[in-house]
Write a protein that binds this ligand. Structure first.
Ligand code: M6R
Length: 367
């Protein structure tokens, strides 16, 4: 069933282009350049227009997808979004009204804390929209609205295609809400749709970096610590890269907002410490490059993740991975792929059980 791959995780990484296509299928009105979720989501235009805030609640990797969701929805829809880890949210007495949309994200739809947060939100009159990969799961059954990801079954404990499919679902939802609330011009929506349709082929192209990531992983898998740095969406993706690495390779790593380095973590950057620096966001690119120079000045070994066509980044880092160009909000669906490959090959280099890391379960059904 692994289709010739050594592990489910690698198979699932390679299934991502297909998962993107399937999650997009039947949700785009190609003729009118619009997202159409009206067959799946029953929130009325009035209800959508009356929302005054959105809470995104999830655990682990799904929480990281939610962090990307905050940028996407705030930018496209201009509604304030808060993102919480489910085990925190359910106990923090959140401020919820009937104008709050609570979005829960869960691959399995069975995560105990996410399910409890969903119920807590419903008790307080919020409408709950679930993004889940499993139709008929507890989360899908209890939520008021369900937007399915069509990633197909995910077997490896480390989530890969579920995360990126969650991003695709979030992009569609963000555009749909923007259409109804009139916060983006038609041409902007059309541009996004054009770019989204290119993501599967671009993701495919990124898989070609597998040998580069393998080489890097083999060289650094025996280090004690590794750092991921980035700003804005690149920071959100860094968190996911760091979780993936810890989870299956057991290498300690930290993701840091690059601008925060000077406030403490820079003390840990010394000769040869591996740093993965994401620099895909054009609006804060210059700031990011100056942060990269700060770590280089401490003799870190820097792998830069930048955009294709960027001639500058190579001058400040030791190695570069070039991500195909897309719109800034969509970049996470691409930039995470080399990080997934890095985690996979690091786990392999350390002789770990890639698909079943120690102490972890695929679905956490206890609190
Ligand atoms: O099934 P869920 O999406 O609710 O699971 C949430 C987390 O347990 C899950 O994403 C976990 O963090 C993964 N093992 C990460 O790879």
């Amino acid at each position: 069933e692994k289709d010739g791959f050594d592990h489910y995780m690698l198979k699932e990484i390679y299934e991502q282009p297909r998962a993107y296509r399937e999650t997009l299928q039947n949700r785009i009105d190609h003729e009118n350049n619009k997202v159409d979720l009206s067959k799946e989501i029953s929130l009325t235009p009035e209800e959508i227009r009356s929302l005054d805030k959105i809470h995104i609640v999830a655990c682990g990797t799904a929480y990281h997808a939610g962090l990307v969701g905050k940028y996407v929805i705030e930018n496209l829809v201009r509604v304030p979004v808060e993102v919480d880890v489910a085990s925190e949210y359910r106990y923090r007495n959140p401020i919820i009204t009937d104008k709050t949309l609570v979005m829960v994200i869960s691959q399995s739809g069975e995560t105990a804390d996410t399910l409890a947060a969903l119920r807590e939100a419903q008790k307080r009159d919020a409408k709950v929209l679930a993004i889940t990969n499993v139709n008929g799961s507890s989360v899908a059954r209890d939520a008021d609205e369900v937007l399915l990801t069509h990633a197909g079954p995910e077997i490896a404990v480390a989530s890969t295609k579920a995360y990126t499919s969650q991003l695709i679902a979030i992009y569609l939802l963000g555009l749909y809400l923007a259409q109804i609330r009139g916060t983006q011009e038609d041409t902007v929506i059309a541009n996004y749709l054009q770019a989204i349709k290119e993501l599967p082929a671009q993701a495919d192209k990124l898989l070609e970096f597998a040998p580069t990531m393998k080489q890097f992983a083999e060289r650094y898998a025996h280090y004690e610590d590794l750092f991921f740095i980035g700003r804005s969406l690149d920071y959100a993706v860094s968190l996911e890269g760091s979780l993936k690495l810890k989870e299956i390779s057991y290498v300690h790593s930290e993701a840091y907002p690059a601008g925060e380095l000077k406030h403490g973590t820079l003390a840990l950057i010394t000769d040869g410490v591996p740093v993965i620096a994401l620099a895909t966001q054009e609006d804060i690119y210059d700031k990011m490059v100056s942060n990269i120079k700060e770590v280089k000045a401490r003799d870190a070994y820097v792998l830069g993740i930048g955009l294709e066509g960027d001639q500058e980044l190579a001058k400040s880092v030791d190695e570069v991975i070039a991500i195909p160009k897309t719109l800034p909000l969509l970049t996470p669906a691409l930039s995470v792929i080399p990080l997934q490959l890095l985690a996979y090959y690091a786990a392999l280099a350390r002789g770990n059980d890639v698909d079943k890391p120690r102490n972890l379960a695929k679905s956490v059904t206890v609190e």
